[in-house]
Each structure stands twice: as structure tokens, then as C-alpha cells.
Design a protein around this ligand. Structure first.
Ligand SMILES: Cc1ncc(COP(=O)(O)O)c(C=O)c1O
Length: 400
């Protein structure tokens, strides 16, 4: 018998070698208690959270929590059914209405996660004679959506408008084309040149899907994302998003103005063949989304935090994923996995949690410490964070 696990041997060995040095497992941390969007107790110690994607700090919003509790009391703990059978409650309709209002779009379809939204929409829209044009730094859920479908996949270099245009021109005239982009790319925290990308897509007869997972709530005048900030939201055919970041709960969605959009509810397998979100989750999401419509002050404070952390880390001479802060993600580049893991642990010991990211999730084989800021981080906390980076950086030899 061939052991089907043998393909994982190199990864098992790499992990064992790393842990043999006495390092805490960076992928197995337990949040023992969570006190607020920015503070948790980890290993018995007060820890500032800087790796949660909880951009707008909605997880402890009193209105959001109250809405969840009421729904739990009134509708029970779960729907035990698909959206197309017994799993559509009034709360599912209400959160879809909140999304339509938030984006000022005609249609909204809620999935159980953002991962499933990409899986479902991409695999259902593009069929075997169609082409999907894909930025090579796309999120795993976008790649998996392509893998689930039958379309021809045409990758292009990250954020390279010319490369996209060239590839669009190469496919047969009249073929169905879907260009899949992200507003903010979450590994390096860089923003897509959507104005140009959408223009070349439209000139070449392609539909455009933008995943705004890391920009919803924060970027753009109304928090609708990079497509709004760059003035092209009306030319984008589909926006994908998640409830697991700025919205502060779990779930995913697609919004669109396409007149035939609603048919997707019957043909999209990751929507049909899974249970719908619990009533408490959709109630918290709807409340959160409606509050995000009026969160200009939070957005302004989050930008301040992002700019200050970026400038501070740069001053400490860390290498960062972007020259200027473009989003609420700031990626700190590490020379290798061992140093990255040591720095991650040194930060944790000092009371700071960030995400350690490594290949294959990262582009170009990079090891990164990914920091995601929250509108609820106080100015004092940003100061503390910079102090901890300075101390941990010196202790691990990352900076002098
Ligand atoms: C760009 C992007 N799309 C989709 C997702 C999936 O979202 P969810 O956590 O709701 O499954 C993520 C999550 O990290 C993401 O970064």
C-alpha cells in the first residue's frame, strides 16, 4: 500500500526541524480569551492583535452583538438547510438587502464563506469554452474556483496591465472572458491598478470580477472598496466579499447589477449544496454592514494608523511590501522562514500577535510578517507595537 501521506514528508520534516529548535508553533496559537478587537490573552499574556483582518473592529460592537443574541433567541442556533430549501430565513434576505444598499447594487447573494463565494461564482460563470484571466498573486479561493470549473485559465503577471491586455487580445474573438482581480492583494498589502485593468478588460469584451475582501468598509468614500476609490465600480460586473474581515463575523457574498444574476441561485453548486449561515451570523452581519455605511471617522483613524505604522517600521529599517501604505495591511519582509519564525515568536513574547506567512501562500517564495491594522487600535497601541518591533527586531538580528 502506498501511504497517501508520503507526499507531505518534506513539509513534515521542515516543520519538525523548525519546532526542534524550541520555537512555538506559529500555526497553532490559541487565543485563550479575546477582550476586544485589539487585545487577547495568549499563553496567559495580554497580547495586542495585529493580524486579525478585523479592520473596522466590529466584532465587539454592542449593536452587532445584541442583534446576534436576539436572532439566536428568536430563530435558534442554525438553519440546518440549504438556501434553496429550508435555509433562507428573513435574516438572509435582510443581510442581502443590507449589501445591496451598501454597494448601491441590484443583486446580492450570500454564501457561507468568502472562499465559497469565489468557488461558486467563478466556477459557475466561466464554462469550458470560456477564458478566465487571473493575476498570478490571486487568493487560493480564486485559484480553487478556477480548478472547480472547466474554463481555460490564462494567468498574467501581478498587477501588470500590459500583460493582461496582451493575453486578452490573444483569445478567439467572441469567446466568453472573465477577468478576476482583487482590490487589495493581502500578502503584500498592495492595491490593483483597477482603472486601467477594468478599461482594458472592457475594451476587449471581458466581464470583470473584483474580490474586495481586504478593502470593504475601509477603502473608498463609502467603504465599497478599491473599485469605488478608483472610480470604476460601475464598470465592474461582480464584486466578491467576505464577512470575515471588516464585517467581523463569517460569510461571503457576491453583488452585481447583471439583470440575469438571480439565476445563479439555482445553478451555483457551492451555494446550493451546503447549509446556509446561522441566523445569529446573518443578523450580526446585517447590523455591521449598515453601521459600516456611516463609519467615515473609523476609516480616517484606520488610515492614520496604517500611515503611522508604515512610516515607523520603515524608520526602523524593516523592508516592507509596499513603498507607501496602500491599505490596512503592512507586510514586513523576512529573509527566510527561520528568521521569520524567530521574529514572530519574539514579538509574541513581547505581547504582539502578527501573521507569519510563507510559501506557497506568499508570492515569490517570500516569508512575511503580515500586520493588519484595526480602526480600534489606539494611538498608544500603535506606539507600543512599534516599540515591540524595535525590541524584537534587535533581539533577532533583523535590524541593528
Ligand atoms: C482575497 C480573499 N478572498 C477571499 C477570502 C476568503 O474569505 P473567507 O474567510 O470568508 O472564506 C479571503 C480570505 O482570506 C481573501 O483574502
Amino acid at each position: 500500500m502506498t501511504d497517501l501521506f508520503s507526499k507531505f514528508d518534506p513539509l513534515i520534516e521542515q516543520r519538525e526541524t523548525l519546532l526542534a529548535t524550541g520555537l512555538t508553533d506559529p500555526f497553532n496559537l490559541v487565543m485563550e480569551r479575546v477582550e476586544s478587537p485589539t487585545v487577547a490573552i495568549c499563553n496567559g499574556k495580554r497580547t495586542i492583535l495585529l493580524g486579525t483582518y478585523n479592520y473596522m473592529g466590529m466584532t465587539f460592537d454592542p449593536d452587532v452583538i445584541a442583534a446576534g443574541k436576539t436572532a439566536l433567541d428568536e430563530f435558534g442556533s442554525g438553519t440546518t438547510g440549504s438556501r434553496v430549501l429550508n435555509g433562507t430565513y428573513s435574516g438572509h434576505r435582510a443581510v442581502e438587502q443590507a449589501l445591496k444598499d451598501f454597494y448601491a447594487m441590484d443583486h446580492a447573494m450570500v454564501f457561507s464563506t468568502g472562499y465559497q463565494a469565489n468557488l461558486g461564482i467563478i466556477s459557475t460563470l466561466a464554462d469550458k469554452d470560456d477564458y478566465i484571466f487571473l493575476d498570478i498573486d490571486s487568493h487560493a479561493s480564486i485559484y480553487d474556483g478556477c480548478a472547480l470549473g472547466n474554463a481555460q485559465i490564462v494567468p498574467f503577471r501581478h498587477n501588470d496591465v500590459e500583460a493582461l491586455e496582451k493575453r486578452l487580445k490573444r483569445v478567439p474573438a467572441g469567446a466568453g472572458k472573465l477577468v478576476v482581480l482583487e482590490g487589495v492583494y493581502s500578502m503584500l498589502g498592495d492595491v490593483a491598478p483597477l482603472t486601467e485593468m477594468v478599461r482594458v478588460s472592457k475594451e476587449n469584451g471581458a466581464m470583470v470580477l473584483v474580490d474586495e475582501a481586504h478593502s470593504m468598509g475601509f477603502i473608498g468614500e463609502h467603504g465599497r472598496g478599491v473599485a469605488e476609490a478608483q472610480g470604476v465600480i460601475d464598470d465592474v460586473d461582480f464584486i466578491i466579499g467576505t464577512f470575515s474581515k471588516s464585517v467581523g463575523t463569517v460569510g461571503g457574498f457576491c453583488v452585481s447589477n447583471h439583470p440575469k444574476f438571480e439565476i445563479l441561485r439555482l445553478v451555483c453548486r457551492p451555494y446550493v449544496f451546503t447549509a446556509s449561515l446561522p441566523p445569529s451570523v446573518v443578523a450580526t452581519a446585517a447590523t455591521s454592514i449598515r453601521k459600516l455605511m456611516h463609519s467615515a471617522d473609523k476609516r480616517a483613524h484606520l488610515w492614520e494608523n496604517s500611515k503611522r505604522l508604515h512610516a515607523g517600521l520603515k524608520q526602523l529599517s524593516f523592508s516592507l511590501g509596499t513603498d507607501e501604505p496602500q491599505a490596512a495591511i503592512i507586510a514586513v519582509l523576512m529573509p527566510d522562514l527561520e528568521t521569520g519564525a524567530a521574529m514572530w515568536e519574539a514579538l509574541l513574547e513581547r505581547g504582539l500577535y502578527v501573521n507569519l506567512a510563507r510559501p506557497p501562500a506568499t508570492p515569490a517564495g517570500m516569508t512575511l510578517l503580515r500586520c493588519s491594522l484595526c480602526s480600534e487600535h489606539s494611538s498608544d497601541q500603535v506606539g507600543e507595537i512599534l516599540g515591540m518591533f524595535a525590541a524584537a527586531g534587535r533581539a533577532t538580528g533583523c535590524i541593528s
